[in-house]
Design a protein around this ligand. Structure first.
Ligand SMILES: [Zn+2]
Length: 681
């Protein structure tokens, strides 16, 4: 028996743990970490029953008397949910990479719709991923008017709940970017809202926990606008979750199928750092585009925006030489390389030798070549818009004088794909810096191939996502960076296409730290790249950009002082020595969100090497020292503690580092100290 279990564990760790009880019509799904139970009840409703953490016994149950179903959807005026009567058509289990999928096919009792529900569990992840598709069985067209990605009610169990979200970068609401926000849910009080997707206010993620730190997090895989919420309802005492695709009006011909964007629901016990870490571990294992270069990622990069659009190949060659000497690994030519946005050929006045020659030169220096590309923007007098004036979306977002293209209009889609593939081939592109303003355009044009009333879903799924998927299918070696004037589409669909994302866009040292601080709750550190525009460097500046994903210089290296260049070179080396640990580690947010008048601290703990690294930063605070209490370390371990700013070292036990802490002197405003704790053998 032991041998059999071991064999099963090696080949298909989950295979034996999905169970169907035919008498009860009940599915019990487990990966050894969590257990989820669903049932086709004797009344013929299809219901969620429970989600349990098998390690600590935490249980989240369907509320008594308030049935909850993973189906919450409306076709025209017909609502499908916990009251709908279903017939089981079929069900099956299949192995998927890293996990196992239960598929359940249900038809409603009026035979109007067929639902295909996929429930996925992955090895060692306390997360249930759900995906729902609906087929129109009627003989006439219907419209999907409501689709809930997070249809869930849970028993409140007499508890008080805290809810947590993080804002994203938004040019419309520039104050408070990537700010963590926590609220106590009040019974029958206002819903705690998360407005996510392109140009939304928040990252597409939320977490909830009760006073005993029993917690639950959720993310949804949709780049268009979504309105999620959690609220506590009395007197039945249940917690109601929802995450709806906004302005949904999707036409469905007879026999056609609609995919509700998938979502995931995970369990944690602890604080928001733990919620974030569980989310990140799942996303890195299951959803995220793999990092391009495990030994060297996140890269150090250089970006040409220090010159704005005043580019010339001679200058860029000199910049590339200096960049390579500094240890920079990725060289990005930003906006301005093309004849115009929409006329995607290198400007011959700026590149008399051709852009390919510059790209070859960058490659010869050992760097990757990146190019800025506005996938859904073109200037009004570009040839493409002169020839096709109707290709614009009905709403305009005016990115640097451009107008917006509708990516869900079929001819636009085909044209953009062709342009991208040609650019990649002609210019030897390794990296695309995607940019623009609002990647999911609103378009109500009746002359386009999409339905005029279905803009949000259509421009996200059949527009942006379909275009990038096709470019990536044709040119899989190219890596994409998510940017739209900043991290303005921070979703768990974004991570499937891009290897990193900008957070704040060149908004200075404090802004960079704020972006990373907030974004590293839902997103792993590699999804927080930062652009450093400063010409004069000190370690406060460089280290404000050092924690997180790719670190991108956005200054004029050729105009820097020799001592600044020397500092840059040594700081690049320091970053490169830290990056893999920070990429793989758990982020601890040791202080509140960075602000001018407080000392802030952020830490990464890498369990594999049992090492911690912390950044402590004083902006303009009056305090001149900080007591750093590290987290994650083994209380009984012995650690060597060292500092980047001064040569002395300390030997301390884990318990001391966790409770008493280390006093970090920060004698002057605008200073940063980096503290390392490494195990002593
Ligand atoms: Zn359109």
């Amino acid at each position: 028996m032991k041998l059999l279990l071991a064999t099963v564990a090696c080949t298909a760790p989950l295979l034996a743990q999905f169970h169907f009880d035919p008498e009860q019509s009940r599915w019990t799904l487990s990966n050894g970490r969590i257990q989820a139970v669903f049932q086709l009840t004797p009344l013929s409703t299809f219901e969620f029953q429970s989600l349990r953490d098998l390690r600590n016994g935490d249980a989240w149950l369907a509320p008594m008397g308030v049935p909850t179903s993973p189906i919450r959807l409306r076709l025209d005026d017909r609502f499908y949910g916990a009251q709908t009567l279903f017939r089981l058509v079929d069900h099956s289990v299949a192995a998927i990479p890293g996990g196992q999928r239960q598929t359940i096919l249900l038809e409603d009792s009026h035979a109007t719709a067929l639902f295909r529900l996929d429930l996925e569990l992955y090895a060692d992840q306390p997360v249930l991923r759900t995906s729902l598709r609906v087929r129109n069985l009627q003989s006439r067209p219907a419209r999907v008017r409501l689709a809930d990605m997070l249809p869930l009610n849970l028993d409140g169990a007499g508890e008080t709940f805290l809810a947590f979200r993080v804002t994203q970068w938004n040019i419309l609401y520039s104050a408070g970017e990537f700010q963590p926000q926590q609220t106590t849910l009040k019974p029958d009080g206002p819903a705690f809202q998360v407005l996510s997707g392109a140009r939304g206010r928040h990252c597409g993620w939320l977490a909830v926990r009760d006073e005993s730190r029993r917690g639950l997090f959720a993310g949804w895989e949709f780049d268009g606008r979504a309105a999620a919420s959690v609220s506590q309802v009395s007197p039945m005492d249940y917690v109601r979750f929802s995450a709806q695709v906004q302005n949904l009006n999707h036409p469905l011909q007879p026999g056609q199928e609609f995919q509700v964007p998938p979502a995931f629901l995970g369990l944690f016990r602890g604080d928001w750092d733990e919620a974030g870490y569980r989310t990140q571990s799942f996303v890195e294992a299951v959803l995220a585009k793999p990092a391009p270069d495990p030994d060297r990622f996140p890269y150090v990069g250089w970006d040409s925006w220090g010159y704005l659009t005043n580019l010339h190949e001679d200058t860029l060659r000199r910049e590339a030489e200096l960049a390579a000497r500094l240890g920079i690994e990725l060289f990005i030519v930003d906006l301005g390389w093309a004849r115009s946005m929409g006329d995607w050929y290198a400007d011959p006045k700026k590149f008399p030798s051709g852009l390919r020659a510059l790209s070859d030169y960058v490659h010869s220096l050992g760097m990757k070549f990146g190019l800025h590309f506005t996938i859904a923007e073109a200037v009004p007098d570009s040839p493409v818009l002169r020839d096709n004036p109707d290709w614009t979306s009905s709403e305009q977002y005016f990115y640097h004088g451009a107008v917006s293209l509708c990516l869900s209009h079929q001819p636009v889609k085909e044209w953009v794909i062709e342009q991208a593939v040609r650019i990649i081939d002609d210019y030897g592109v390794d990296w695309i810096l995607q940019d623009g303003e609002n990647m999911v355009k609103e378009c109500t044009k009746t002359t386009h191939t999409h339905d005029p009333l279905d803009s949000n879903y259509s421009n996200a799924v059949h527009g942006l996502n379909a275009v990038i998927a096709e470019i990536q299918r044709r040119r899989p070696q190219v890596h994409w960076e998510n940017c739209e004037n900043g991290g303005n589409m921070m979703t768990f669909n974004m991570v499937r296409f891009y290897v990193t994302s900008i957070t704040n866009d060149a908004s200075g040292a404090l802004g960079a730290r704020r972006g990373v601080f907030g974004a590293t709750y839902p997103f792993s550190p590699r999804y927080t790249d930062r652009y450093m525009p400063e010409q004069r460097l000190d370690t406060y500046t460089t280290r404000s950009y050092m924690f997180g994903g790719p670190w991108l210089f956005m200054n004029r290296l050729t105009e820097m002082q020799p001592d600044d260049l020397a500092l840059a070179a040594s700081e690049v080396q320091l970053y490169q020595s830290l990056r893999s640990r920070i990429r793989n580690g758990k982020v601890f947010h040791l202080s509140a969100w960075p602000d001018e008048d407080r000392i802030e601290a952020i830490q990464s703990y890498d369990a594999a090497s049992d090492t911690a690294v912390a950044f402590v930063t004083r902006h303009d605070s009056d305090d001149n020292s900080y007591t750093l209490r590290l987290r994650g370390l083994r209380a009984r371990g012995n650690y060597l503690v060292r500092f980047e700013g001064f040569p002395s070292t300390l030997t301390m036990t884990g318990a001391q580092l966790l409770s008493e802490g280390v006093l970090i002197p920060l004698p002057l405003p605008r200073t940063t100290e980096i503290i390392h704790a490494e195990p002593l053998q």
